[in-house]
Each structure stands twice: as structure tokens, then as C-alpha cells.
Design a protein around this ligand. Structure first.
Ligand code: SAM
Ligand code: SF4
Length: 330
């Protein structure tokens, strides 16, 4: 596969080659840390990118050197005609990845194999069925677990995303790491992050330091692994385990220096950072026939070095202006 030289470079010299596209702001779960209690106002269909628009905008990014596209949401597998979209995106010659809650995975395994989509992140915050119902406000646990097991058996590269919340699932840290003993999966512990309406309070969060302390007290030989240049997680393996675990410490120890990510919301707005309040409306400009390249370049030049400039206290005045996570896509 030949890729274009990366052209989307920010003021800090970081080439941006990784596009995360949100396909929808709808979801079949209601995870309390993601979806505000009162719900969100769903975007009118007319303002959501059509499949053709997604493909066309994605092509523009690929022309500027993007070599990896992750599909996310809301729940990306809820998007109508998802199969058509994936087949078309697979013709762009990029690495395709997916983040999903896992409920609908079984419908698409054959397609993923056909188009070569191997890397799938599944959100799974607990190994306990009753707790899953509490966190997600829905009852799909058995189906998700079955789909995860099938995905592993079929050879997909599975990462489990676990958002840790004190008093809810922090007592399961060791159980999740135990899963990596026999299975070659990666468990990604994610520090609880603030977004509009998610009642963020860091006293509910579990830090990288706490996770490592718990792991280190229980397992002998927790070894740090080498992190890729664009990794946002710090990765570890317990001696003798097939799989590994990683920590995304966005709050206590952000890992932004190698950031290569660009986000595109389902309504076609480019965000140069997960926490960026400013957005560039690519969809309206695309519909008006305006070339997108200069807009993309301008947006990336505005990118701050870390977390859109928020300090460690994570200013509520800042993140309450952002979208809810469900409308960004993680
Ligand atoms: N529905 C899909 C899923 O759940 O995987 C994709 C979208 S979801 C918004 C993407 C990721 O964001 C999930 O792994 C989820 O756990 C994570 N996430 C959502 N809200 C979060 C928060 N407040 N802090 C940290 N991670 C969060
Ligand atoms: Fe839906 Fe994913 Fe958000 Fe849960 S984390 S509410 S599954 S978008």
C-alpha cells in the first residue's frame, strides 16, 4: 500500500494521519459516563453526512496523507447501509478500525474478514451482568460477551475499552487483567473524562497510578511495553500472559506529544482534539462545493499541544462547552 506524504501537520510538528469518523450520534446503550441523563438532542437526518458524503470527505483526508480510519459513534453498527459504507472505505487503501459496543458484531464478522478490518475495540466496562445493566441501562450483556468470544476465536485483534469509575467497576481491575492470561487481547483502562452533561467529578475517577499499584501488588512481573509513537496508552504485560493491558491516562498524565488524531462528527464537523470546543464545518462547505483542504489545514494549525489547552483541573467552563462524548465518538 503506498500512502501519500502526511500533509496535515500542526504547529507542534505533529503529522496527522489518523481520522476517526463518527457515523451516528444514536446508540442502543445509555452508558452513564457517555450519554447525559436527560439524553441528547439527536441531529436531524438532513444535517448528518450521507454515506456518499462520508466517502467523499474521507477521500479528501486520504489525499492529504491519512492512512488510518476508525469508525465510531454513537454506535457505528447502527448506521443504515453500514456494509456498503465499509466496502467503499476499504477501497481507499487505508487501515480500517472500529470502536463498538459489540451488540451487533455478529452481523458483520464475514464482512470484516472480506474487507480486511481486523482491529476492533469493544467497550466492556464490567464482567458482571447486573452491573452492565446498571452502567448501560440496557440488557445486552450476554450477547456482547458471546460476540467478544466469537471475535477472539475468529482471529480479530480485540481491545476491550474499560472506563473505570470508583465504586462501580474499579474492583474488577484484576479480573480484567486476568482475562489477558489466556487470551491475546488488550484491556484498555480509560480514565473517566469530562464532557458536556456527564457529571464528571474526578473523585469518581481511577488514576493510572492507582491502577498500576493494584496490578503491581497482585501480579509479579508487570512489565512496561514499548509504546508506539502515536500511542495514547501506556502498555504493560504481566509475565506469562498472552495479552496485555494499557492505561489511557488523559486526566492525570496525558500522552499528547505524539497525537496524530483528527475527528469528524456525524454532522460533518472536524475537531482537531477530543476536547476542542471549536469545530470546522466541513459538511456545509462540501455541500457548497468549497474545497476542503484549506479548511482542514487551517483547523489543524489551531490545534493546541494538549487537551485543547485545559490544565489538570479540567475547567468545567471549558468542557461543558464541548459536545457529549456520544456526539463526538471517542
Ligand atoms: N458506541 C461505541 C462504543 O461504546 O465503543 C463507540 C462510541 S463510544 C463514545 C467510544 C469510546 O468512548 C468508548 O470506549 C467509551 O467507553 C468511551 N467513553 C465514553 N464516554 C467516556 C468518558 N466520559 N470518559 C472516558 N471514555 C469515555
Ligand atoms: Fe453508546 Fe458507546 Fe456511549 Fe455507551 S459508550 S452510550 S455504547 S456511544
Amino acid at each position: 500500500m503506498t500512502h501519500k506524504t502526511p500533509q496535515i501537520v500542526d504547529q507542534h510538528g505533529r503529522p496527522h494521519t489518523y481520522l476517526r469518523i463518527s457515523l451516528t450520534d444514536r446508540c442502543n446503550l445509555r452508558c452513564f459516563y457517555c450519554m447525559p441523563e436527560e439524553g441528547i438532542e439527536l441531529t436531524e437526518r438532513a444535517h448528518i453526512m450521507s454515506l456518499e458524503e462520508i466517502i467523499s470527505i474521507a477521500k479528501t483526508f486520504v489525499g492529504l496523507g491519512v492512512d488510518t480510519i476508525r469508525l465510531t459513534g454513537g454506535e457505528p453498527l447502527l448506521r443504515k447501509n453500514f456494509a456498503f459504507l465499509l466496502e467503499e472505505l476499504s477501497k481507499l487503501g487505508v487501515t480500517l478500525k472500529l470502536t463498538t459496543n459489540g451488540i451487533l458484531l455478529d452481523k458483520y464478522f464475514d464482512l470484516f474478514e472480506k474487507v480486511g478490518l481486523k482491529k476492533i475495540n469493544v467497550s466492556l466496562d464490567t464482567l458482571d451482568k447486573a452491573k452492565a445493566a446498571f452502567i448501560t441501562k440496557r440488557d445486552y450483556f450476554d450477547r456482547i460477551m458471546l460476540n467478544v468470544q466469537t471475535a477472539i476465536k475468529r482471529g480479530f485483534e480485540i481491545k476491550l475499552n474499560v472506563v473505570l469509575i470508583k465504586g462501580t467497576n474499579d474492583m474488577e481491575i484484576l479480573d480484567f487483567i486476568r482475562l489477558t492470561k489466556e487470551e491475546n487481547i488488550q484491556v484498555k483502562f480509560i480514565e473517566f473524562m469530562p464532557f458536556k452533561g456527564n457529571q464528571w467529578d474526578w473523585s469518581k475517577g481511577v488514576s493510572e497510578e492507582e491502577i498500576l499499584q493494584i496490578a503491581g501488588e497482585h501480579f509479579e512481573g508487570v512489565k512496561a511495553l514499548e509504546n508506539g509513537p502515536h500511542s495514547t496508552s501506556k502498555n504493560f504485560r504481566v509475565a506469562g500472559h498472552l495479552g496485555s493491558f494499557g492505561i489511557i491516562s488523559t486526566i492525570t498524565n496525558p500522552f499528547c506529544s505524539g497525537c496524530n488524531r483528527i475527528r469528524l462528527t456525524a454532522d460533518g464537523k472536524m475537531k482537531n482534539c477530543l476536547f476542542a470546543n471549536s469545530e470546522t464545518d466541513l459538511l456545509s462547505q462540501h455541500r457548497a462545493g468549497v474545497p476542503l483542504e484549506p479548511l482542514i489545514m487551517r483547523s489543524i494549525l489551531d490545534k493546541k499541544f494538549s487537551r485543547d489547552g485545559m490544565d489538570l483541573k479540567m475547567d468545567a467552563g471549558h468542557y461543558e462547552q464541548n459536545r457529549s462524548m456520544i456526539a463526538i465518538g471517542g
